[in-house]
Ligand binder design. Structure first.
Ligand code: ADP
Length: 371
């Protein structure tokens, strides 16, 4: 039952109890009290009822009136005291029932503020307090998740920074000791590691903006075929260099989508870059556009190394790489797809991967709303 319902019922109970006590008092206490007063009156004057009625009528009426008032006042006084006691006890019980969950909530929030994120409240009430408790527990669970993510991020970032830093340190020590020759190749290797660090830091900055939903998107209608053609033209030289084919399968007429051109180009560049990286010489990458409902679907299909079912979801998690050594050798940090997912979702679209299995190629799809 809702809190308002409970409060209304409790007020009605207090009123009912008051009325019951008043009724009991007028039914049992008032008649006895009135007879007692009348008896006192007769005793004091030493007269019978007939004699009293025969006496001064005015005095008699005034005595009756006084007795009646006294009786009424006594009955009201007793009913009032009893009703006050019952109402106080009932109100105290009801307020306790209302205040107790609030106290629990205050205590639990203090605990959470002190960093005990696993604090939870019992969810046994069906009223507004129950709802408040459920939201509180949901908030606490979200805090635990955020805290876990924060800790994992720190661990991941330090791990990612460690490798290139250790490598630079190793080269520098080798150079100092004369174990490694100070040739242009050595400096080039050190420079490459420093560049990897730079790329990682840039990616991390981008990721933190994306995860904090601070991506400033300039969404406007733009031609989806033009987006694909431009992205393909930018990466074609690299495809040619590696000997991987790049094809497009686009609608003949322009189809407008709502997108931030720069950001979607970044997503396409990431997906095409990955397709190229994970496809060997002689393979092929195809980009196609299909219209479905109110969305436009972009698909990048490759004939590369493919993905296992278990990895299809995980590759969108930050720092996740199926083959760490292969990805690291090419400078991959496992952040690209996470950023792509944030960008696509910020556009109101969806991104996912499909693959028949390892060695059988994969297809990455993402959708954008039609303009
Ligand atoms: P990275 O910078 O390591 O490529 P991404 O976030 O772009 O990071 O990709 C995460 C991982 O997903 C990659 O390390 C790789 O294992 C896998 N992956 C991405 N694209 C493909 C693809 N086209 N074919 C097979 N595996 C892929």
């Amino acid at each position: 039952m809702s809190l308002i319902g409970k409060l209304i019922i409790s007020y009605l109970i207090v009123i009912a109890v008051g009325l019951l006590i008043l009724a009991l008092s007028t039914a049992f206490i008032a008649p006895a009290d009135f007879s007692r007063h009348m008896g006192n009156m007769r005793g004091a004057s030493g007269m019978t009822m007939q004699a009293m009625m025969g006496s001064d009528m005015q005095t008699f009426e005034s005595e009756i009136d006084t007795n009646f008032r006294q009786t009424l006042n006594n009955a009201l006084l007793i009913a009032g005291i009893a009703a006050t006691l019952v109402a106080t006890a009932l109100s105290w019980y009801i307020s306790q029932r209302i205040v107790q969950p609030i106290r629990q909530l205050v205590k639990a929030s203090h605990h959470i503020a002190e960093g005990h994120y696993h604090e939870r409240l019992p969810m046994d009430q069906g009223d507004e307090f129950g709802e408040l408790t459920r939201s509180f527990n949901r908030m606490a669970a979200a805090l635990v998740e955020t805290e876990t993510m924060r800790q994992r991020l720190i661990a991941d970032v330090s791990h990612e920074l460690k490798t290139p830093l250790a490598s630079i340190k190793g080269y520098m020590e080798g150079l100092q000791d004369g174990v490694i020759p100070s040739t242009p190749e050595t400096f080039e290797l050190v420079h490459r590691e420093a560049e990897r660090l730079q790329l990682l830091v840039d990616d991390l900055q981008e990721l933190s903006r994306a995860e904090a939903a601070q991506l400033h998107l300039d969404i406007r209608p733009c031609d989806s075929t033009e987006l694909v053609t431009l992205a393909a033209a930018t990466l074609r030289p690299q495809f040619n260099d590696k000997g991987v084919g790049l094809e497009t399968d686009l609608p003949t007429a322009a189809v407008s989508v709502l997108a931030d051109v720069e950001r979607i180009r970044q997503v396409l560049a990431n997906l095409l870059g990955n397709a190229l990286q994970y496809t060997d010489l002689g393979g092929k990458v195809t980009i196609c556009l299909t219209r479905g409902g109110s969305m436009m679907q972009f698909s990048i299909q490759d004939t590369g190394i493919g993905l296992a079912v278990a990895d299809l979801e995980r590759i969108f998690q930050r720092f996740y790489r199926v083959d760490k050594s292969r990805a690291r050798a090419s400078g991959g940090s496992g952040i690209g797809l996470t950023i792509a997912r944030h960008i696509v979702e910020a556009h109101g679209g969806r991104i996912w991967a499909e693959s028949p299995g390892p060695g059988q190629g994969s297809t990455f799809h993402f959708t954008l709303p039609l303009a």
